[in-house]
Design a protein around this ligand. Structure first.
Ligand code: WT7
Length: 640
């Protein structure tokens, strides 16, 4: 692999990646196996939005994750995946590259035997077990497009996604094991599937052994199918730009967007960034704690490590069960060298008490990583001191579902660190800061909105089924630029600190939640007439959800009674859980008589955010409001 191995070569190769982009990516892509080499490295721009990488090339993702490695006898017998079950007393499972290859081939045949063909969409709604990882690799092998839906989403959220991508098959578990809970994944799937005419098969994997309804018209047991299936399956020959997967994420408006990633550009960039950022050595063990339901679980639990022939750990459970030392116990037990998690987990484990971490040695660790939200300096220092024992660089990796791969990050042991900064862009990535008008801020020390000036190989190519929305969302705010939705600061040394979303997206515990989606759910309550949802700073979650509600008179008149609020809150939670999932529950609600509106009738969210954040001294000019008198009522009635 063409890895960057010192600071000087980072600087040189970064420059080369921009000045001689074609040459650079040609060099990187040459490390992979191709049925046919590409004709053109890249084409398309941020105006025409017909972005293509390695056009004319033919390859296959699973072939590059597996077949390519097992040609080498040593790699064939190296562990590809270590599965750590939810219950610490249950045996771990290991899969060598050879074994993983066989499982993926079997699963590929199961897909084919059950009617899946190249180009079909297969939806996964599973817990974190090897079947999920094997299943998505099998999809890539047969040319099917996977769409993984996080197991915490509701039946409604699941059916909405299935209907949007017209999945033909859904693969689930009887139940998912998370701490002491069993998540009834099959029951939820049953409820969703009732509203999904495109689904003609449901594969069910046995895991929790909970009671389920077996519907013989639709359902098939995965394990029975696996036993019947052959262990050989040739990989499909896929175009570089063939769709690889769809992954849904929330935006500031409307329903979740299905970001479409394609084959070769994603593969090349994910592998290259993994290699450069984490700098793994041959016998290292890498653990990313993300769920495969999110992009991190796609790019840096599954594809990045496997494309590099690394050993990746897959953990089924939760960080706090049986106790808040679970992560650290696993690190010691299997000698994890590279550990990648979210700031929210770090803050939660810090809050649980330092004794949980000090009980463990953690001397196998070499590199720590964070992702998903800004990491505050205090959490960064704690991670550095208590977990890394000041021996391990922290790679604070900034990227998005849309970017497919890490964009701004230190390279472990290679580039310098600044606490709570994602620092430098990776090869091929050209970030800039712009002001409100979209003018580039040229000064080295600056703060502004973060944009990217040119296409990179792993960027999402479209929003599935809605290319116009793709243009609108990312390329219309500042024509000719990709707008990330994030704000950032740049320091004298060129390091970037990402400060968080500047749009109506809330980042709760590293999960992206659209305010509009939550508002739609809250508005379902018969006594809620209008709602406005904003984020506010939260010690553990990073951001919490704060909802302002205009309600029926009966509730408004009793709004100062705690029973009224509690009852309403409970009912609203139930609706949100049903419409989206528990992660989108409001942390705080406030009942108001009106919302602050501009003269054109738009809700002034800036004011709502400031009040929720208790920054009422920074409200700015409120005189342009249609109803300036409401501000005082909102401040007085703030929910604590
Ligand atoms: C948003 C993307 C991509 C991994 C998981 C989240 C925030 C992500 C960082 C970081 C500050 C970060 C941004 C971004 N974010 N990483 N290192 N520092 N903020 O993916 O759900 O698509 O969310 O997460 O706000 O826009 P996602």
């Amino acid at each position: 692999m063409s890895r960057i191995d010192d600071l000087k070569s980072y600087q040189q190769l970064y420059q080369k990646s921009l000045k001689e982009s074609e040459k650079y990516w040609k060099m990187v892509a040459s490390d992979f196996d191709w049925f046919k080499k590409w004709e053109k490295v890249s084409s398309g721009d941020f105006h025409n939005l017909e972005i293509k990488w390695f056009e004319g090339g033919k390859t296959n993702m699973s072939m590059n994750c597996l077949d390519r490695h097992i040609k080498d006898p040593e790699l064939a017998n190296k562990n590809a995946v270590i599965f750590v079950p939810n219950d610490p007393s249950e045996q771990k499972k290991e899969f060598t590259y050879k074994q993983l290859y066989e499982q993926v081939c079997r699963f590929s045949n199961v897909l084919k035997n059950n009617g899946i063909k190249k180009g079909d969409v297969v939806c996964f709604y599973m817990g974190m077990t090897p079947e999920l990882l094997i299943g998505i690799l099998a999809c890539t092998r047969v040319g099917a497009i996977h769409s993984v839906v996080f197991g915490g989403f509701s039946a409604k959220a699941l059916s909405g996604r299935i209907n949007d991508c017209q999945a033909k098959m859904i693969i689930t578990h009887d139940g998912g094991l998370r701490g002491q809970k069993v998540v009834p994944l099959k029951d939820i799937t049953d409820e969703a599937v009732k509203e999904c005419p495109s689904v003609s098969k449901v594969l069910v994997s046995k895991r929790a052994h909970n009671q389920i309804q077996f519907n013989s018209k639709l359902d098939v047991w995965l394990e029975e199918e696996m036993q019947k299936a052959d262990t050989k399956c040739d990989p499909e020959i896929m175009d570089s730009e063939a769709p690889l997967f769809i992954l849904y994420t929330s935006g500031s408006t409307g329903k979740p967007k299905g970001l479409l990633h394609t084959t070769a550009g994603y593969m090349v960039n994910v592998a290259h960034t993994f290699d450069n950022v984490f700098q793994m050595e041959k016998d290292d063990i890498y653990w990313c704690t993300a769920d495969i339901g999110w992009i991190t679980g796609h790019s840096y639990l599954t594809y990045g490590p496997l494309l590099n022939g690394a050993t990746t750990v897959m953990f089924e459970g939760v960080p706090t069960w049986p106790d808040a030392g679970r992560f650290w116990q696993i690190v010691d037990e299997i000698k994890v060298t590279h550990f990648y998690t979210a700031p929210t987990a770090i803050r939660a484990l810090e809050a649980a008490g330092v004794e949980h971490v000090r009980k463990h040695k953690l001397d196998s660790l070499k590199v720590l990583g964070t992702v998903g939200e800004p990491i505050n300096e205090e959490a960064w220092e704690w991670y550095n001191e208590e977990v890394g024992k000041k021996r391990c660089p922290i790679v604070d990796t900034w990227w998005q579902t849309e970017t497919g791969a890490i964009m701004i990050s230190p390279l472990a042991h290679i580039t310098p660190l600044t606490p709570s900064c994602a620092t430098h862009p990776l090869p091929g990535i050209s970030p800039i800061l712009v002001d409100q008008e979209g003018k580039e801020i040229e000064e080295s020390v600056a703060e502004g909105n973060l944009c990217i000036t040119r296409p990179w190989p792993s960027m999402a190519r479209t929003i599935y089924g809605d290319h116009e929305r793709y243009r609108q969302t990312y390329f219309s705010t500042y024509p000719g630029l990709y707008f990330t939705g994030d704000g950032a600061k740049r320091f004298q040394n060129g390091h970037y600190r990402i400060t968080g979303r500047v749009d109506d997206v809330i980042n709760v515990s590293g999960h992206r939640i659209g305010t509009a989606e939550v508002e739609d759910a809250l508005d379902e309550h018969p006594k809620v007439y209008e709602s406005a949802v904003v984020g506010y700073p939260h010690d553990i979650k990073g951001q919490g959800i704060y909802a302002y509600l205009i309600c029926h008179k009966e509730i408004f008149d009793n709004k100062d009674k705690s029973e009224t609020i509690e009852k309403l809150k409970k009912e609203l939670d139930e609706i949100v859980i049903k419409m989206i999932g528990p992660i989108a529950k409001a942390d705080k609600i406030q009942i108001v008589s009106e919302l602050p509106k501009t003269r054109s009738g738009k809700i002034m969210r800036r004011i709502l955010r400031k009040i929720a954040a208790q920054e009422t001294d920074q409200l700015g000019d409120t005189s342009t409001l249609l109803n300036p008198e409401i501000v005082e009522e909102l401040i007085q009635g703030r929910s604590d």
